[in-house]
Design a protein around this ligand. Structure first.
Ligand code: ATP
Length: 366
């Protein structure tokens, strides 16, 4: 297991903004590290550079203290799983898993190949699929076979690009568990690239949240969710993400007042003094809004759409001026068009600088 480091890595493709822009990252040996961000933010480029399929335009990649920026792919000892079907159609699932043991230097080929295939298959609960051709397997089963094929030669590092994309919920949950188990049991360093913040949060020890080829924040799932470093991170993480609303700050009669959506919110944090008379961004998580207006300040909104989830309902609402507010309401879904009172608890508000987008205040953990 080795530490992995990207040092000021930039990747520029012709006639396009940089796919990675002075990208810095340190992954500790043995971590399951998530790269998360919207489509096009550069996640795949990170994995392709790490696996040697792309060379950076500038910067260095260091693995275990060694500069591997120009080292050939096959000398790196990394396994890369993509969302594409990488299996050979003419071989059975078992034949595909065995394949890496049949190539390369004959002196290094293990003799107990079938035993190794059976071990991986039983570990991943796919023993019953070994005689089947890939075309007869489900997308999820093919991904598990790919995983078995990737780890059979005991790579030091596992790189996974959207391994759970386009899978049904039950298979997605199973693969989440399988990947985490393989990662732990085999003592791998694993990088997982995904546009799904819920997959990244559920599986990763730490996460890098990326936008436009730049890392906005690195932290544990708890840190990036509760203490988002930028307004973009706040709005991206969560289902739905944080409401980030334009507001302004007044100091009147010794009180600091935040004007947002027609409400006058009184907050006591001294950071507001830096924004007196100026705009600010207010962030509030959908789950922190209180239906029924049980707090001092409440906002009248109209229900625009609902997503019932059983015990709770994700609700998109609109203010009288058309601003969108996402909230999570307990119980059954309110009819579309209903008017709701939403309490806005000042104790749960986050504040962001509207110019830099950086967080300037987070509420204390509850
Ligand atoms: P997705 O989740 O959609 O796969 P991503 O976050 O993995 O996206 P990348 O695939 O790394 O993003 O792409 C980053 C940027 O680089 C995008 O703007 C993409 O269009 C561009 N890009 C990637 N590969 C190439 C290429 N071979 N030629 C030109 N531009 C490219």
């Amino acid at each position: 297991m080795f530490d992995i480091e990207f040092v000021d890595v930039t990747k520029v493709y012709p006639d396009a903004p940089p796919a990675l822009d002075q990208f810095n990252l340190s992954v500790v040996a043995g971590e399951l590290f998530g790269l998360v961000g919207p489509s096009g933010c550069g996640k795949t480029t990170v994995l392709r550079i790490l696996s040697g399929l792309e060379e950076p335009t500038a910067g260095r990649v260091i693995v275990g203290g060694r500069d591997i920026t120009t080292v050939a792919t096959h000398e790196r000892g990394f396994a890369l799983i993509t969302q594409q079907n990488q299996l050979m159609g003419k071989r059975t699932a078992g034949g595909n898993i065995r394949f890496p043991l049949e190539v390369g230097d004959p002196a290094n080929r293990p003799t107990n190949r079938q035993e190794l295939v059976d071990f991986e298959a039983s570990h991943l609960r796919i023993g019953h699929l070994l005689d089947r051709r890939p075309s007869t397997l489900s997308a999820g089963e093919r991904r598990i076979v790919q995983l078995a094929r990737c780890i059979i030669r005991s790579p030091s590092t596992l790189l996974m690009d959207e391994p759970l994309a386009f899978l049904e919920d039950d298979m997605r949950l199973r693969l989440r568990t399988d990947i985490v188990r393989v990662h732990r049991d085999r003592g791998l360093t694993t990088l997982l690239a995904t546009a799904s913040q819920s997959d990244a949060m559920a599986m990763s020890d730490r996460i890098a949240v990326m936008f436009d080829g730049i890392v906005h924040q690195i932290g544990t799932p708890f840190e990036v969710y509760d203490l988002p470093a930028t307004a973009q991170v706040a709005a991206f993480l969560g289902e739905p993400g944080m409401n980030v609303l334009p507001a302004s700050v007044r100091v009147a009669g010794g009180e600091r007042i935040v004007d947002v959506l027609g409400l006058e919110l009184r907050m006591w944090t001294p950071v507001l003094d830096d924004f007196a008379g100026q705009p600010i961004l207010v962030g509030v998580r959908p789950e922190d809004l209180v239906p029924g207006g049980k707090t001092t300040e409440s906002l009248e909104v109209r229900v625009a759409s609902v997503e019932p989830l059983g015990r709770q309902t994700i609700t998109e609402a609109r203010t009288a001026h058309g601003e969108r507010i996402d909230c999570i309401l307990p119980g059954i879904a309110p009819p579309i068009g209903t008017t709701l009172d939403l309490g806005v608890p000042t104790s749960r508000l986050h504040l962001f600088d509207p110019i830099t987008q950086h967080a300037v205040y987070h509420p204390p953990a509850t």
